[in-house]
Design a binder for this molecule. Structure first.
Ligand code: FES
Ligand code: FES
Length: 171
């Protein structure tokens, strides 16, 4: 049976106080109807079926849900979808171009920077945002700036190796 991702069939989303929210996700404009309490994370996963963005803690403590919003990294579990009306969102599904991996994706593979992979989409989106912020110059600073993204598998050393390689190449 085909999965029904249309939340308009869900009474939770069909009440009269639902709001229309315009988002551009990975370059594609969308309009969804959501209740004011729906997180951006749930809007991405449940309304758009983009399940690359992960729900770890749902409380802003693990970083698994990190996406880029207007170029800045944010925790999508702590953002309401209605707050992001009109924003451009980039998820892990949107960072490769024309079938070519983003340099961070390639570096993660090269450095074996994951085991289960659950934290990886958030790690990569966060690293893109972190490199764009330009605050971290040393390995220690990169570790500090990435400390909001937890890896339960212990791939942290390889994650930082991958990020440092891309950082050094882009200087
Ligand atoms: S799911 Fe958002 S920080 Fe953990
Ligand atoms: S690779 Fe498993 S949590 Fe990071």
């Amino acid at each position: 049976m085909e999965k029904d991702n249309n939340y308009n069939h869900n009474p939770l989303y069909n009440a009269t106080n639902a709001s229309l929210v315009n988002l551009t996700i990975n370059g594609k404009h969308t309009q969804i109807q959501v209740q004011p309490w729906v997180s951006l994370l749930d809007a991405i996963r449940d309304h758009h079926n983009l399940t690359g963005t992960k729900k770890g803690c749902d409380h802003g403590q693990c970083g698994a849900c990190t996406v880029l919003c207007d170029g800045k990294r944010i925790l999508s579990c702590l953002s309401l979808a209605v707050m992001k009306d009109g924003s451009e969102i980039t998820t892990i599904e949107g960072i490769a171009t024309d079938g070519e991996l983003h340099p961070l994706q390639a570096a993660f593979i090269e450095h074996d920077a994951f085991q289960c992979g659950y934290c990886t989409p958030g790690q990569i989106c966060s690293a893109i945002g972190m490199l764009q912020e330009g605050k971290a110059t040393t390995r220690e600073e990169v570790k500090e700036q990435m400390s909001g993204n937890l890896c339960r598998c212990g791939a942290n050393t390889n994650i930082i190796d991958a990020i440092m390689e891309v950082k050094e190449k882009s200087l």
